[in-house]
Design a protein around this ligand. Structure first.
Ligand code: ADP
Length: 256
C-alpha cells in the first residue's frame, strides 16, 4: 500500500485536535505508550524505527500499512512475543522492558489477542475454548461458567456454547476468538488482521463488535490493511510505512 493511496481518502485538516489537547494538558491517562521504539530482527531487518504514539483508555484505533510495514511486529511488542531494541513500550504504569519471567503471563492477562486464524482448539466446545484463559489462571468453575455465558451473549453466540468450532461458520469462529480474548476483561484488545478471512458483510459485523468494546472500558487496537474497512469505521488510524509511523489520522480528519 503506498502513501498516496492512504492519503487520498482523508481530508487534510489539522490532526487529532481533541486528543492532542487532552494529552498536552497532561489530563489523559494512557493505557499504552510507545516512546521512540525501534525493533530490528536478528536477521538485521529493521521492522520498526523510532515509533511513538499513545492510546487512551477506552479508545479504538487501527494500525495500517503495506505488507511488511511492521504492523504485526508492533502488536507483538505489546503482548511480549518480541522485545524492542530501542525505546520503551509503556503499558499503564509499567515499562514492559522490566516485565520478565513469570510476570509476562500476568501482563498477558491485561492484553487480549485476536488472531486472523483464531487458533481455536478443534476438539473442545465453544464454551471450553472461551473459558480456557480463566481455567489457566485458576478461576473457580462456577465463576468461569458465569463469565463464559455472559461473554457468549455479548458476541451473539449463547446458543452455540456446546458446538465444536468446526460446526461454526468462519464469522462465528472469529467471534469465539474474540470472546476468548475478552473473557478475562483485558485493558487492551489487539487484533492482527481479524477480518482477513471474512467477506465484507462478516467483516463489518466483527468490526461493529470491536467498536462496542470501548464502551465497556477495553481499548482496542486493530492491525488491518483493508482500506475500505478503515474508511467505513471512522476511527483513529496509525499509518506505518517501512517501519516508520508516517501518519496518525484522527477520526475527525476522515473524509465523509
Ligand atoms: P506486517 O504485519 O505489516 O506485514 P511485520 O511486522 O510482519 O509486517 O514484518 C515487518 C518486517 O519484519 C517484514 O519485512 C518482515 O519480513 C520482517 N520480519 C517479521 N518477523 C520477522 C522475524 N521473526 N525475523 C526476521 N524478520 C522478520
Amino acid at each position: 500500500m503506498c502513501r498516496a493511496e492512504l492519503a487520498s481518502p482523508y481530508k487534510t485538516r489539522a490532526k487529532a485536535p481533541i486528543l492532542g489537547a487532552i494529552v498536552s494538558t497532561g489530563l489523559a491517562m494512557t493505557v499504552l505508550r510507545f516512546d521512540n521504539v525501534s525493533k530490528r530482527y536478528p536477521s538485521g531487518h529493521h521492522a520498526l524505527t523510532d515509533v511513538s504514539f499513545q492510546v487512551a483508555p477506552g479508545e479504538m484505533l487501527f494500525v495500517t500499512g503495506h505488507s511488511g510495514a511492521g504492523k504485526s511486529t508492533l502488536l507483538k511488542l505489546i503482548h511480549l512475543t518480541e522485545r524492542p531494541n530501542r525505546g520503551a513500550v509503556i503499558f499503564g504504569e509499567k515499562n514492559l522492558m522490566r516485565v520478565r519471567g513469570g510476570r509476562v503471563a500476568l501482563h498477558r492477562r491485561d492484553v487480549g489477542v485476536v488472531y486472523q486464524d483464531h487458533r481455536l482448539l478443534p476438539d473442545r466446545t465453544v464454551a471450553d475454548n472461551v473459558g480456557l484463559p480463566l481455567v489457566l489462571r485458576g478461576m473457580r468453575r462456577g465463576d468461569i461458567v458465569r463469565r463464559v455465558r455472559s461473554v457468549l451473549e455479548k458476541v451473539g453466540l449463547a446458543a452455540r456454547a456446546n458446538a465444536l468450532p468446526g460446526q461454526l461458520s468462519a464469522g462465528e469462529q472469529q467471534r469465539v476468538g474474540i470472546a476468548r480474548a475478552i473473557v478475562g476483561e483485558p485493558k487492551l484488545l489487539v487484533a492482527d488482521e481479524p477480518t482477513g478471512n471474512l467477506d465484507p458483510t462478516l467483516s463489518a459485523e466483527i468490526l461493529a463488535l470491536f467498536a462496542s468494546l470501548p464502551e465497556r472500558g477495553t481499548s482496542v487496537l486493530v492491525a488491518s490493511h483493508d482500506l475500505n474497512l478503515l474508511k467505513r469505521m471512522k476511527k483513529r488510524v496509525l499509518v506505518l510505512n517501512d517501519g516508520r509511523l508516517v501518519d496518525d489520522i484522527s477520526p475527525q480528519d476522515l473524509a465523509e
